[in-house]
Design a binder for this molecule. Structure first.
Ligand code: ZN
Length: 406
C-alpha cells in the first residue's frame, strides 16, 4: 500500500509544516538509493521523473521499476512527472503510473499558461491525479540541470498567483522567489516576503524548484511559509558523479560496476541529509495514517459475441486495445479468449484503471462511448461487467551485501 494519494501526502506536510523531498531519478541507482534512504529516516517521498531527462532513460521501463519499487516500499510514496511539456505527456505519465503530474507552461504568456494548465488539471482530476502548476520562471544557472532551463528568473506575482490557481484548479504551485535550477552561484537571496504573501493568499501547498545549495535557515523559512515540496536533483547528481570520479582517480583499471560502486551510497547519504533538513524524516507513519492509499482498479468484462466470427472478434478487440488504452487513467487493456470451450462466457476484457475515479471518467469518455456503442455492445449483448479494487502482495526488498556502508 505505500503508494499514496499525492495530494493527501502534501496536505499532511502542509498541516505539519515540513516539506517532502521530490527527488528526480535518472537511473535505478537513484531509485534504490532514494527509497533506501527514506526508509532509513522514515520519510515520505516523491519519486520524480523529469521529462527533460527522458533522453537518459526509457521512460516506460523506468516507470515499471519505479512503480514496483514504490509498491514494496515501507514508507509512503508518490510518483510524479516533473516538468511535463504537454497535455499528451501528462496523459502518458498517468497511464504509465504517475499519480502526480506537473505541467510546465511557465515560459508561455499568462493566458496560455492558464489555458494549458487548466486543460491538464481538468483531465487529471477526473483520474484522481494531483497537479502542480508553475507561475513565474525558475531559470538555470550552472550544472547539467541548468542548461534545460534557459533565460532569466521571473518572480511569481502574488496577484497573478491567486488568479492562476482560481482559473486552473491546480493542487499545488511551483513559485519563483529566487532559487535557480542547477548549482547556486554565491549565496542566493530569496524573497521570503513575497513567499509569505503568496502563502497567505493561496493557502495551498507550494513547491520550490532548484532546491540545491540553500542554507539550513533558508530551508526552514521556506517551509514556515508554505513550501511542502522541494525538488532536489543537482546535488544528488554531483554526489554520484563525485563518487565515480573518486574511484576513477584511485583505480584506473576500474570497470563499469567498479566505477559505480559508491554512487548509490553517495546519493543515499545526500537524500538522508535533506530529509532531516526538510523535516520529512520521521513523518512516514503520520502520512500513512492520514493519506488515502493509491490503488488500481480492474474493470472486468466477460462476454459472448454474436454475429461475429472469431476473426471479427479479434479485429474488434485489436481496435479496442488501441483506442481504449489512450484514454486518460487507463493503465492496461488486455483482451482475452477462454482457454476452455465449456464456460459461460468465451471472451473477456481486463482493463486496469489508475484509480477508482477513472471508472466514471472512462465510462463517459467520448472514445469509449464511440467504441462501446459502435463496435462492442452490438455484438456483446450477453455480458457481465464488474470493477474490483486490487491489492497485491509485494515481496519486501532484501538487504544486499554492502548495504549501510557510509
Ligand atoms: Zn524544476
Amino acid at each position: 500500500m505505500p503508494l499514496v494519494d499525492m495530494k493527501d501526502m502534501l496536505h499532511h506536510a502542509y498541516r505539519n509544516r515540513y516539506a517532502v523531498g521530490a527527488f528526480d531519478l535518472v537511473s535505478l541507482d537513484f531509485l534504490e538509493a532514494i527509497l533506501r534512504s527514506c526508509e532509513g529516516t522514515d520519510a515520505p517521498v516523491i519519486l520524480s521523473l523529469a521529462e527533460s531527462h527522458f533522453e537518459h532513460f526509457d521512460f516506460d521501463l523506468m516507470m515499471a521499476a519505479t512503480e514496483r519499487a514504490a509498491r514494496r516500499a515501507e514508507i509512503p510514496v508518490a510518483i510524479h512527472l516533473d516538468h511535463g511539456t504537454s497535455f499528451e505527456s501528462a496523459v502518458r505519465a498517468i497511464n504509465r503510473g504517475c499519480n502526480g503530474v506537473m505541467v510546465d507552461a511557465s515560459h508561455l504568456s499568462f493566458a496560455d499558461n492558464v489555458a494549458l494548465t487548466r486543460r491538464v488539471t481538468e483531465m487529471a482530476h477526473t483520474c484522481g491525479i494531483t497537479v502542480e502548476g508553475e507561475l513565474g520562471y525558475v531559470a538555470g544557472v550552472e550544472g547539467e540541470d541548468a542548461e534545460k532551463h534557459p533565460g532569466e528568473v521571473v518572480y511569481t506575482s502574488v496577484q497573478e498567483a491567486r488568479s492562476y490557481v482560481e482559473q486552473t484548479g491546480v493542487d499545488c504551485l511551483a513559485v519563483s522567489i529566487g532559487t535557480v535550477h542547477g548549482r547556486m552561484r554565491g549565496r542566493p537571496e530569496l524573497d521570503f516576503d513575497r513567499l509569505a504573501q503568496i502563502d497567505a493568499s493561496l493557502g495551498i501547498p507550494l513547491v520550490i524548484h532548484g532546491g540545491t545549495g540553500l542554507s539550513e535557515e533558508q530551508y526552514r523559512r521556506l517551509i514556515e511559509n508554505g513550501v511542502t515540496k522541494i525538488n532536489y536533483y543537482t546535488a544528488l547528481s554531483d554526489a554520484a558523479a563525485g563518487a565515480i570520479r573518486a574511484v576513477a582517480a584511485r583505480d584506473s583499471g576500474a570497470g563499469y560496476t567498479g566505477l559505480l560502486a559508491d554512487a548509490r551510497n553517495a546519493i543515499q547519504v545526500e537524500v538522508e541529509r535533506m530529509s532531516h533538513l526538510f523535516g520529512s524524516a520521521g513523518q512516514a507513519q503520520g502520512v500513512l495514517a492520514s493519506a488515502r492509499p493509491w490503488r488500481p482498479v480492474a474493470h472486468l468484462i466477460l462476454y459472448d459475441a454474436d454475429g461475429l466470427d472469431e476473426a471479427g472478434v479479434e479485429a474488434m478487440m485489436a481496435q479496442g486495445r488501441e483506442v481504449l488504452s489512450a484514454i486518460p487513467g487507463v493503465r492496461r487493456v488486455a483482451a482475452g479468449r477462454a482457454v476452455k470451450a465449456d464456460v459461460p462466457y468465451h471472451w473477456c476484457w481486463v482493463i486496469e484503471f489508475a484509480s477508482e475515479k477513472v471508472i466514471d471518467s472512462y465510462r463517459d469518455h467520448p472514445d469509449h462511448v464511440a467504441f462501446a456503442d459502435g463496435l462492442f455492445r452490438p455484438i456483446a449483448r450477453e455480458r457481465l461487467s464488474i470493477d474490483y479494487e486490487l491489492r497485491e502482495r509485494c515481496e519486501k526488498r532484501k538487504a544486499s551485501p554492502g548495504e549501510g556502508r557510509s
